[in-house]
Ligand binder design. Structure first.
Ligand code: TMP
Length: 232
């Protein structure tokens, strides 16, 4: 187990129950001596959290929504994710760009080609090692598109997610969408899994919480990122 930065994203429709598993994984990595950055999208920086409030609460068209989400992502990458990866942290990110393809692309029906262009612009390494305030010139020449090393998709049938959400807090603009929206979002995640099979792992989130946790843990143990003892 070496200490190069690891970027791990967690996905799933609303109600899939990612959050508790993310914080347990953070504890497991920390117990193994790793520095961990836990963060989320949209959000993770002061600016991105403001954009999150707009996206979750205010009515807007799908292009505006996509642009705000990618703007938040750019700031988040610059200020939090890229620096953490450079330090060698394990970055556990509650949602990332796969959510945009699933929600804005499959869910809202927004143009996937435009999303792919925005993904390339926003996640391009060029500038990501520069000054997040924009006062210093960017460091050119790094052309890799930053994306997660691993994406864990908590796959829960939309009908079950709706049952879980009905019993919880006041829904936001996404959580209040009809079942058909979440069926499309689920198809969107399945499509992302097919097109990014090398980094995508699907977990059956309809199981008991403990069974989901063991499946999640197993993914990390199998990769050699957590010790087998973590399963005990
Ligand atoms: P959360 O409640 O899991 O933090 O996610 C906030 C909401 O934002 C959730 O309903 C999914 C939505 N979302 C998108 O529509 N597109 C995105 O790119 C991201 C990251 C989240």
């Amino acid at each position: 187990m070496n200490n190069t930065g690891l970027f791990i994203s967690f996905e799933g429709i609303d109600g899939a129950g990612k959050s508790t598993h993310i914080s347990r994984l953070a504890d497991a990595f920390q117990a193994g001596g790793r520095a961990v950055t836990v963060t989320r999208e949209p959000g993770g920086t002061e600016l991105a959290e403001k954009l999150r409030c707009l996206v979750l609460d205010d009515a807007m068209d799908p292009l505006t929504e996509s642009l705000l989400i990618f703007a938040a992502r750019r700031d988040h990458l610059l200020r939090v994710i890229a620096p953490a990866l450079l330090r060698g942290d394990v970055v556990l990110c509650d949602r990332f760009t796969d959510a945009t393809f699933a929600y804005q692309g499959a869910g809202r029906g927004f143009d996937l080609q435009v999303l792919a262009t925005l993904e390339r612009w926003v996640q391009s390494g060029e500038g990501l090692l520069g000054d997040p305030t924009g006062n210093q010139p960017m460091r050119p020449g790094i052309e890799t598109v930053i994306e997660p090393h691993l994406t864990v998709w908590f796959d829960l049938p939309p009908e079950e997610a709706a049952r879980r959400l009905a019993a919880s807090r006041l829904p936001d603009r996404f959580e209040s969408q009809p079942l058909a929206f979440f069926q499309r979002v689920t198809q969107g995640y399945a499509e992302r899994q097919r097109s990014h099979a090398e980094r995508f792992v699907r977990i059956n989130a309809a199981q008991s919480r403990e069974a989901v946790w063991r499946d999640a843990l197993w993914v990390f143990v199998e990769k050699g990122w957590l010790p087998a003892a973590a399963l005990a």
